[in-house]
Design a protein around this ligand. Structure first.
Ligand code: PNS
Length: 181
């Protein structure tokens, strides 16, 4: 009789916000592993637009009814967290050679910290190779159309948040604050 074991992979990232590039990688991880935990993580190099709660909620809404996916928030070390969850792999998308250096360094550090947790790189589909959360935010903030790059509910929330940010930046300008507008 075959030995049954559940193979768990982690898809970590800032997901600020989730893009269709992320959705494609998570879906492919699901076809390779039994279960996938999406670890919505703090990246100390980045200043997020959305809270961890907001980012996790947007991800959950993108995989309705998918029982093999869990979404969790990660504020500590990924390698240690993976150990406690019994994960066997970290799955990450690679868009271009420019991603590779940083991703390789993280993969090697994670392996140093937890040799039982390997990293698997999946090349993104060509159509997603230019898609990043940072560029989506930048383009949307400048009025560009990013509708085709993120799930519809993410697009709606992104538009609201950017409008809020723009309004609060305007209120913070001395001449606007003084006028009471
Ligand atoms: O989407 P990102 O921002 O490129 O993902 C980077 C992320 C969140 C995966 C990375 O910063 C991370 O693993 N953060 C968790 C804290 C940690 O373990 N840091 C050491 C990484 S070797």
């Amino acid at each position: 009789m075959p030995i049954q074991s559940t193979r768990l992979a982690i898809c970590p990232g800032s997901f600020d916000p989730l893009t269709l590039g992320h959705v494609a990688i998570i879906s492919r991880a699901l076809s390779l592993f039994d279960r996938v935990v999406i670890a919505v993580s703090v990246n100390i190099r980045k200043q997020p637009l959305f809270t961890l709660d907001e980012r996790a909620a947007m991800i959950r809404a993108s995989f309705p009814g998918e029982t093999r996916i869990e979404v969790e928030q990660l504020t500590g070390l990924l390698a240690e967290w993976g150990r406690t969850r019994g994960a066997v792999a970290i799955v990450k998308g690679l868009r271009a050679a420019s991603d590779f250096e940083y991703e390789l360094q993280m993969a090697q550090m994670n392996r140093h910290l937890n040799p039982e947790l390997d990293t698997l790189f999946l090349p993104t589909e060509a159509g997603n190779s230019f898609v990043s959360s940072s560029l989506v935010k930048e383009v949307a903030a400048l009025g560009g159309d990013v509708q085709a790059l993120v799930p519809p509910h993410v697009h709606a929330v992104l538009m609201v948040r950017l409008a809020e940010r723009a309004a609060s930046a305007l209120r913070a300008m001395p001449e606007v604050a003084e006028s009471g507008a």
